[in-house]
Design a protein around this ligand. Structure first.
Ligand code: ATP
Ligand code: MG
Ligand code: MG
Ligand code: MG
Length: 417
């Protein structure tokens, strides 16, 4: 690979012994974070090209994947990002040619199982994939800002990107689970200021990131690879033997989701703790250890209250699941979810999850616009309540926010102190 990349400095962040002040860099959300200043001030880069293996954690912030983990075959809270960077000495054409060469010649991935996306306004990349790399038109798709304009956060280096996807050939899967994004090539061209302005970077840079777990996976899901096997085996004694069952008494796919989430979080926690992130922050906040007994009591009490809400909510939902009228549509009425939340503190997510476990849905948007029409023959509630569940929820949240803000307004702010 060396002859393809030119002169490259290799930073294996896994093997660096970092002082405490650099813990924040020991794991980051995007792989480029340690090199941010090189994009902004290229003179600070002693090498024009760098490679890295970056520990990444995406459990918060702009690139948060917490809600995806376990449900998709490809998202982890912790993963390793293989990075290749250039600070001003690589053209778009070269970057694309090198990436394609690495995947198809070095790794020998079959061309017909690869596809790419490009930024909708990036005609140059589109033409390069089509003409220079000779990809057929169906293997190149254009996307807008959300998918193909990469930015580190609300401010900082950013630019259009082209992403490479691998076809797992799982024909029964939804396209986003069948096609796995393996590599993102970002053409870092701008710096987004706090005011939201795009300012050109001093030099055009390239920032590429490839997920090691995704690249190395030869299974339909990363969670089925030998990376997670030992953790899954260790978990088995703690999993309910009958797993989760739906009405037809077939094992619920959500059992796998729970397993995935647990092994993912254990793996992440292990890496975070190894990097020095521990829950005991008593050094900076001595109150935490001084008042640990009371904190534990309060948390225990909260847990008991929540458990009581859960028991009550589950009983109410089981009642709904048993009603013939609802069974016909397999819909939990929005009104029920709303009442469960406001009257019993039963989270909307849990109602949704319990519905999905049984192959039902939560009628959040209101499927039936006019129950009075009688067309479906099963509606027993008036339309207004079901269709407006989401609105009621939003209002409820807004009133919570408003009262919080009102309360906050009567307190001294940090600036006042
Ligand atoms: P996705 O669209 O699948 O969420 P992404 O576009 O958010 O991925 P990038 O920010 O482009 O990901 O990160 C570069 C690469 O890092 C991806 O192409 C992928 O290979 C890998 N990657 C990103 N997020 C994850 C994750 N949560 N778990 C494992 N690998 C990941
Ligand atoms: Mg993502
Ligand atoms: Mg993506
Ligand atoms: Mg991407």
């Amino acid at each position: 690979m060396g002859d393809q990349l030119g002169r490259v400095a290799v930073w294996d962040i896994r093997s660096r012994h970092l002082p405490a002040s650099e813990y924040m860099q020991a794991h980051t959300a995007p792989g480029m974070v340690p090199w941010k200043q090189h994009f902004l001030y290229p003179a600070t880069a002693s090498d024009k090209r760098l490679m890295s293996v970056q520990k990444c954690v995406r459990a918060g912030g702009k690139h948060n994947d917490l809600d995806n983990v376990g449900y998709t075959p490809r998202h982890h809270t912790f993963f390793e990002m293989l990075g290749f960077f250039s600070f001003g000495d690589l053209s778009k054409a070269e970057a694309i040619r090198m990436a394609w060469h690495f995947l198809t010649q070095t790794l020998k991935l079959p061309v017909h199982r690869l596809a790419v996306t490009v930024y909708e306004k990036d005609e140059e990349s589109y033409a390069l994939w089509r003409d220079a790399m000779q990809l057929p038109p169906h293997a190149i798709t254009r996307h807008g800002d959300r998918d193909n304009f990469w930015s580190m956060g609300d401010e900082g280096p950013c630019g259009p990107c082209t992403e490479i996807f691998w076809d797992t050939q799982q024909m029964d899967k939804a396209p986003e689970d069948r096609w796995i994004e393996i590599w993102n090539i970002v053409f870092m061209e701008h710096n987004r200021t706090r005011a939201g302005q795009l300012v050109p970077l001093p030099v055009r840079c390239v920032d590429t990131g490839m997920g090691l777990e995704r690249l190395a996976s030869n299974k339909a899901s990363n969670f089925d690879t030998d990376l997670f096997d030992p953790l899954k085996r260790a978990l088995q004694p703690f999993m309910p033997s009958n797993k989760v069952h739906n009405e037809q008494q077939t094992a619920s796919p959500l059992t796998d989701v729970y397993e995935n989430i647990i092994v993912d979080h254990i793996r992440s926690s292990a890496f975070l703790v190894a990097d020095g992130v521990t829950p005991s922050f008593h050094g900076a906040y001595p109150d935490l250890s001084a008042r640990s007994a009371i904190i534990a009591d309060v948390l225990r009490e909260e847990e008991q209250i929540f458990r009581r809400s859960l028991d009550k909510g589950i009983r109410i939902l089981d009642h709904v699941f048993g009603q013939a009228g609802y069974q016909a549509t397999k819909m939990v009425p929005g009104e029920v979810a709303f009442q469960l939340y406001t009257a019993h503190g039963f989270p909307l997510d849990l109602t949704r999850q319990m519905a999905v476990e049984r192959g039902w849905q939560l009628d959040e948007a209101g499927q039936c616009q006019d129950a009075a029409c009688g067309a479906c023959g099963v509606c027993s509630f008036t339309t207004t309540i079901a269709v407006e569940c989401q609105r009621l929820m939003d209002e409820h949240r807004a009133s919570g926010r408003a009262s919080k803000e009102m309360f906050a307004g009567s307190q001294p702010s940090s600036q006042d102190v």
